[in-house]
Each structure stands twice: as structure tokens, then as C-alpha cells.
Design a protein around this ligand. Structure first.
Ligand code: OGA
Ligand code: NI
Length: 342
């Protein structure tokens, strides 16, 4: 499978043609990676006070960290990566049944793009499968009908991620000096839980394309599982790109825009992107935890005082989602639209 041309579900074929080649300004310069810095790796077997401190520091300084000894069996993680790979090995006509640009469709295959001047769009070197991962007891109507392996593994993985998310949200709450269930309560009883699996075929010239454009995650918290041994994810630190390379049996955790807003800017939702590589395909599975449309989000009262006036206004999450969709294909500035100007 590795070097054969990959046919997208939308009918096009990945190739170094104008449809996929980015203009100079948007290309990744892969020799410019900052080699000295890396994302903190946190051992979830540490004591709670140590975890609270380390996670809090990572949330302030990086907006990203990796966790090891997180309790999700490595066999299950591997099965999840394998079943996603298996899904993207389906003939394109079968994936095409799920292909849609309509963001309101719960189960969908899509292809990200960037709008660039003088052209309609440049497509990303990847394809994505997205669907809700809740309720975990009955995901069956939301999963691809034709993939028995995925249908069996995805709910099992979702259940594990559910407990891990709660644990992470309480550690993050405590880092902010709040009660441990504060963030989870603020995000509401029916959170919006979406999984996004990304498939990146090998690319003959990774400096001409991107797997995913530079973005921040719009939700509250993301837990990402990536193929072992294949690099691709990069995040910005101090204005420079750093690699978030796979660490054996680790999961990547990053904060989304809603935690940046709730924490009134103390914890960061950081820009990141996925680059391609020449040698092998790469898979990542992002599990998103966000509020539902009707929840009101704004800086938490306890975190506001004279020295820390609110940076953002309150909004209904549905409003944030609408703005997010309006900016599709651009270098989005969504939370900036909700900033208070003094
Ligand atoms: C995402 C994402 C990065 C990756 O799905 O939001 O940032 O490494 N994925 O695939
Ligand atoms: Ni992301």
C-alpha cells in the first residue's frame, strides 16, 4: 500500500499537482525545526500533587504534553491504529459513500483544504473520518457499516478515553486552583464528543504539502493517539515549530480554545499542524471533548480579579462553532472574535 497512489474519497488522487502544492508562504520548512525543545512527557503514575503541578506547567508553557502509564492498554491502542488503517484501505468508492462537506453530518469522511489567493483551494495531503464517540454503549449507528473490526474496537477505545478525559479535566481544574469537577461541570452534562481519525499517505516531497493546516483545536481538550515511529505532528513554541514525535505507548494531550477562554488565557490552546513524510503512511486518532452548543462559555469568575480582568466575553458555544465554520479554509482567528477590547 505504501507507495501506490492514494485515491481520495472525493474522487481526486493525491499527486504533486497544483491541487495539492501549497504557495511558498504556506509551505513547511522542515529543516527549521527547533531541535532543543520538546513537549513534556508526564508519567500518570506520579502522585496527584506532582501531576497537578507538572500538568499545570505544561498547560501554561506549551498547551501540549504527552502522557505515559495512562492506563489504556497498548494492545487496544495498536488495534485502534490498525482498524483506522484498515478503514482507509477500503476502496475509494466505499469511503466515498461517507464523503461529505456537510459539517452537520454525524458520520463523515472529508478532506481538509486551505483557501489561497488566486486559487479556489489547495487540498491537504490526507483524509479524515469523523463521528461522535458518545454514547459509548451504542455507537453502532454512527460507525461505518462495512468495517467490523473498527466497529468492535472504536467503542472499547472510546470508553477508555472517557475515563481518561475525566481524570485529565480534574487534574487541570486543580491546577487552576478550582474544585476537581469544576471544568467538567462548566463544560456541561452532555459534552460534544467527536473523534477524528486522520490518514496521511506518504508524500514524494513533504516540503510542498501539508497533512493538516496550522490550527488550534476549537474544543476544550484533545487526546491524540499516533502511529508509533512516524513523525508528523508539530506545535509552535516561542514562535518556532517543534516536533511532537511519538513516544512509545504515549498519548498526546492538548488544550483546545475553550480551556484557553475558561482559564482567561492562563492555559494555552496552541497552534499546531501535521506535516507529511516520504517513507510511510501515518495515522492519528484525535478524540475531542467540548461543550455542547447551548453551553455558555466565558472566563471562570474565580479566576478574575483586578490584576486579571476578563479577556473574553461570554458566548454560547453554538456561536463559537458558527464563527469557526465561517472561517473554514483560512488561518482561523475564532477566539479572537470573542476578545474584550478595553
Ligand atoms: C487534529 C490534529 C494532528 C495529527 O486532528 O486536530 O491536530 O498529528 N491532528 O494528526
Ligand atoms: Ni488539532
Amino acid at each position: 500500500m505504501e507507495k501506490k497512489a492514494f485515491h481520495l474519497a472525493n474522487g481526486s488522487t493525491l499527486s504533486l499537482s497544483q491541487d495539492f502544492i501549497l504557495p511558498d508562504d504556506n509551505r513547511p520548512v522542515l529543516s527549521n525545526l527547533c531541535p532543543l525543545l520538546s513537549i513534556p512527557v508526564i508519567n500518570m503514575k506520579d502522585s496527584v500533587p506532582v501531576l497537578v503541578k507538572k500538568i499545570s506547567q505544561a498547560c501554561e508553557e506549551y498547551g501540549f504534553f504527552q502522557i505515559i502509564n495512562h492506563g489504556i492498554p497498548s494492545e487496544l491502542c495498536q488495534k485502534m491504529v490498525d482498524s483506522v488503517t484498515d478503514f482507509f484501505s477500503l476502496p475509494p468508492v466505499e469511503r466515498a459513500l461517507l464523503f461529505t462537506d456537510d459539517k452537520t453530518k454525524p458520520l463523515r469522511v472529508s478532506n481538509y483544504y486551505l483557501k489561497v489567493e488566486g486559487k479556489e483551494r489547495v487540498a491537504m495531503w490526507s483524509e479524515t473520518l469523523a463521528h461522535p464517540w458518545h454514547p459509548v454503549d451504542d455507537l453502532s449507528h454512527l460507525l461505518p457499516q462495512n468495517r467490523p473490526h473498527y466497529r468492535e474496537i472504536a467503542p472499547e477505545y472510546a470508553k477508555e478515553i472517557g475515563s481518561l478525559m475525566s481524570q485529565l479535566l480534574s487534574l487541570i481544574s486543580m491546577g487552576l486552583g478550582l474544585e476537581k469537577d469544576f471544568l467538567q461541570k462548566s463544560l456541561g452534562q452532555n459534552p460534544r464528543l467527536v473523534s477524528q481519525s486522520n490518514f496521511y499517505p506518504p508524500c514524494p516531497d513533504p516540503e510542498l504539502t501539508l497533512g493538516l493546516p496550522t490550527h488550534t483545536d476549537l474544543n476544550a481538550l484533545t487526546v491524540l493517539l499516533q502511529s508509533q515511529g512516524v513523525s508528523g505532528l508539530q506545535a509552535i513554541k516561542n514562535g518556532e515549530w517543534i516536533a511532537v514525535d511519538p513516544v512509545p505507548n504515549a498519548l498526546v494531550v492538548n488544550l483546545g480554545d475553550q480551556i484557553q477562554v475558561l482559564s482567561n488565557g492562563r492555559y494555552k490552546s496552541v497552534h499546531h499542524r501535521a506535516v507529511t513524510n516520504k517513507d510511510s503512511h501515518r495515522v492519528s486518532i484525535a478524540m475531542f471533548y467540548g461543550p455542547n452548543k447551548d453551553i455558555i462559555i466565558g472566563p471562570i469568575e474565580d479566576l478574575i480579579d483586578e490584576q486579571h480582568p476578563p479577556i473574553y466575553r461570554k458566548y454560547r458555544y453554538g456561536e463559537f462553532l458558527e464563527e469557526f465554520h465561517r472561517q473554514e479554509g483560512t488561518r482561523r482567528k475564532v477566539k479572537e472574535m470573542f476578545e474584550l477590547k478595553y
